[in-house]
Design a protein around this ligand. Sequence first.
Ligand code: UD1
Ligand code: UDP
Length: 363
Amino acid sequence: MSKKKLMFVVGTRPEAIKMAPVILRAADDPRFEPLLVTTSQHREMLDQMLAVFGLTPAVDLDIMRHDQSLADVTTAALRGLDRAVADLAPDVVLVQGDTTTTFCGALAGFYHQVPVAHIEAGLRTFDKRQPFPEEVNRCLTTQVTEFHFPPTDRSLQNLLREGVREDRCWVTGNTAIDALFWTLDRAKRDGRLEAPTGRTLLVTAHRRENHGAPMERICNAVLRLVERFDDLEVEFPVHMSPRVRSVVMPKLGDHPRIRLIDPLDYEDFVLAMHRAELILTDSGGVQEEAPSLGKPVLVLRETTERPEAADAGVARLVGADEEKIVAEASRLLSDRTAYEAMARAMNPYGDGHAAGRILEPLA
Ligand code: UD1
Ligand code: UDP
């Protein structure tokens, strides 16, 4: 029996983390021949993650240019992915999430009439501008997908409401949790998972809706929090986007208890989450991982396509509203009962076995 050729398309940091468990499992399965194609929409942040998981691309399109527009990313990714599908002739094209690479990979597969599999399908805010442009990327990706892999029942229901056939959907859990458990096991084995000491606030922010004035308000809130709590340390791995760095560096660069650092590799970031008392983030992936680590999250967004954690009471939306961020974080940092109510470890996004569930229907 010939092996099924699976073309995995990856462009950014979170796609590498969430695709890695599926690629690694496919590589161990005699039924599959996995081929990794990277657009490298992200360069340094992608290479950092490929190294963590020991992944080597078969094709690297190397499209990142500094501060390029969405149209630049889209045209370069589509042109390169179109060529890659033609050259590699895969049986299935797999895409993950909602980036521009995701949409272009799906479209390239569709144009060549190769079935597309979408991992993390069905997430929706029902607001085209939040997150921008991801909400539209994932809706468009659904339109050209044959194998839909919603992580949760909630995301399955979103797809069914849009008319996707139920027999084309497999609820799998999010592969983020596979990657997280794999990394926690490795860190434990290497003796790197130590009990947290002191109080650390971990911050990440990068969404386009938060560029500019909202990012300034987030920074102001962080400054007010370190001033209010004199034992509080802030750890802020700053995204490589110049739109993020040009605000965060000058605003927060000088404070002795705020550590602005370059993006951490995945294992180091997992250890940073484990050490943290509280997490402030607008990241999709971090919203999924934090509940599995029992860490309360304040989500720096107006709305989320990942409502499961907020519904379970372990995450809360605070937007980029300076007053709300300061008020909610202060409450959690000063009221032990409120803190403990939110610091309950649970796995609303997955059980760590998503990769296997994704591969079965593709065999
Ligand atoms: C992209 C995705 C977003 C995802 C995020 C994960 C789109 C439209 N956006 O947003 O959905 O949540 O990645 O982090 O697909 N840069 C570097 N080095 C890197 C990475 C980025 O210098 O390793 C800089 C470049 O100047 C680049 C800019 O950051 O042009 C923005 O990168 P881009 O991929 O366009 O958008 P992100 O904001 O990273
Ligand atoms: N992450 C990381 N290093 C960092 C910051 C984040 O490894 O310095 C990981 C994080 O654990 C999560 C993913 O990157 O798995 C989230 O990526 P990002 O926030 O860039 O994108 P999003 O998930 O919002 O699309």
